[in-house]
Design a protein around this ligand. Structure first.
Ligand code: GLC
Length: 471
């Protein structure tokens, strides 16, 4: 029986690799990326695009398998798409931005790459996460190939600097977090996550950590100082203001409103009545906790967002204790957060009036579907990475078993619906590349936890930031 199972699993991986191979995009004869999906049946405009965020899991997988050329080409070509000058026209993408996606276009026998900075996306959302993922992928490439000279090329140093300048620029806000519009990340439709969404903050932290290591020989002291200053502030801000566990919930529950000045305990003026404390008090296990989805003026979004929490663990944005507590929560509330398909993009879904206000009546984001409480198999790899980082491989094993029993049978769908993820997503595309890479990457991470080093960071030592230059 055991042998039979093994063979089936082997076949599964073989099949997944076949799909992945078919998804590779060639540009002037060189592999440069992977398409979002090999399923064109839904007539989706973007199916032939390579999305930067989608490619992150492909990149890690290729690096693990020693297939460096596709990742190198991807990094070189996407860097060329980054605007290098500030734009006078406010409708064109700003300096330093990396597109959401690109595709190969052929005209008169000539090939060129066409970038999409959100102009072709629904609602023209800005892909803030792309430049952050780009730095993270570059770091993984250097770490894997041990070829720091690649990142030290002047155009790469300039590319990183432009991204850092874009992120660290003085703007209107007075917090160390990044202020972004709705739909600036994986959830790229209106979902009430404008402001300071956790996913962006976790990716921002990881990108800062990566850039700090990649800018070692850079002449621009100011940027390096800027990163060193920002890292501990961002980390402490998130660890304090975003954290929710029973102890913290008790404090929030008794918060006084309308406090003024420096000594205010309730710094963001959160009104306890705005948070579902009764439900949370039942849901939160004694030793569990998580980072909130968003924190802003009179706003504490208590929804659990998976990618933000997983990336916070992987990048050490969350403290060791918090990371353990997040994994405790996942274990205790397994049915809600993992269910029958790892894992829920966010929990709980917004329903009724909240659904109408938060999503603008988006028919795709109806409760327990797509971004609004749907289950996304791509998140499997980040769950496994977080489980390994916290020494809980058994959680990863369990999640992987659930996923591999269904993914191939269901033709590798983009997402699942329902409170337990039992339904194949209403409008899910099949043969979604990051569903396939999420699974394959999860397998590789389970086989060899050392691969985690490509994407994870230890605790940041603010006393000695230069120590963190070692790759
Ligand atoms: C969906 C997702 C987005 C992803 C894209 C391509 O729009 O919201 O995160 O990048 O599909 O797979």
């Amino acid at each position: 029986m055991e042998r039979e199972e093994l063979i089936i699993v082997d076949d599964l991986e073989k099949q997944a690799w076949e799909i992945l191979k078919k998804s590779i995009i060639y540009y002037q004869g060189r592999p440069v990326g992977t398409v979002a999906t090999c399923d064109a049946s839904l007539g989706d405009l973007h199916h032939d695009h390579c999305f930067i965020r989608d490619f992150a899991s492909s990149a890690l997988l290729f690096l693990i398998k020693g297939k460096y050329d596709i990742v190198r080409n991807f990094l070189e070509e996407t860097l060329k798409l980054q605007p290098k000058k500030s734009q006078l026209d406010a409708y064109t993408p700003g300096q330093g931005l990396i597109p959401a996606s690109f595709k190969v276009v052929s005209e008169n026998g000539q090939e060129y790459l066409e970038a999409d900075f959100g102009e072709h996306a629904i609602a023209r959302v800005t892909p803030v996460d792309s430049c952050l993922w780009w730095v993270i992928i570059l770091y993984a490439y250097v770490k894997s190939t041990k070829d720091i000279s690649f990142a030290l090329q002047p155009e790469f140093q300039q590319g990183i600097m432009l991204i850092m300048e874009l992120c660290l620029a003085t703007r209107f806000e007075m917090y160390p977090t990044l202020l972004v519009p709705d739909g600036a990340c994986m959830i790229y439709r209106r979902m009430g996550i404008y402001g300071y969404p956790l996913e962006i903050q976790a990716l921002f932290y990881a990108a800062l950590r990566a850039a700090r290591k990649l800018l070692i020989c850079a002449g621009d002291e100011e940027i390096v100082i800027g990163i060193d200053n920002r890292l501990p502030l961002l980390r402490d801000h998130i660890r304090h203001h975003y954290w929710i566990d029973m102890k913290r919930l008790n404090q929030i529950y008794r918060f006084k409103g309308e406090e003024y000045g420096e000594s205010a305990v309730n710094q963001f003026n959160i009104y306890p009545d705005s948070i579902p404390y009764a439900n949370l008090a039942i849901w939160l296990p004694k030793h569990g906790g998580y980072l909130a989805g968003n924190v802003g003026p009179s706003q504490l979004d208590t929804r659990f967002f998976a990618l933000g929490n997983m990336m916070a663990i992987i990048s050490s944005l969350a403290s060791e204790q918090q990371s353990q507590a997040i994994m405790n929560l996942i274990e205790e509330q397994w049915d809600d957060l993992v269910g029958e398909m790892p894992m829920k993009i966010c929990f709980p879904a917004v329903e009724k009036e909240e659904y109408r206000i938060f999503t603008g009546c988006d028919p795709r984001n109806i409760p327990w579907s797509y971004h609004n409480g749907g289950s996304w198999p791509v998140l499997l790899w980040s769950l496994i990475a977080a489980a390994q980082k916290t020494g809980r491989s058994y959680i990863g094993k369990q999640a992987l078993e659930i996923a591999q029993a269904r993914l191939s049978v269901d033709h590798w769908p983009e997402y699942y619906d329902g409170t337990r993820g039992l339904l194949i997503g209403k409008k899910a595309r099949r043969y979604q590349t990051w569903t396939v890479t999420g699974f394959l990457l999860a397998k590789e991470l389970m086989r060899n936890p050392e691969h985690l080093a490509l994407i994870s960071f230890g605790q940041f030592d603010s006393e000695n930031p230069s120590q963190s230059c070692e790759l």
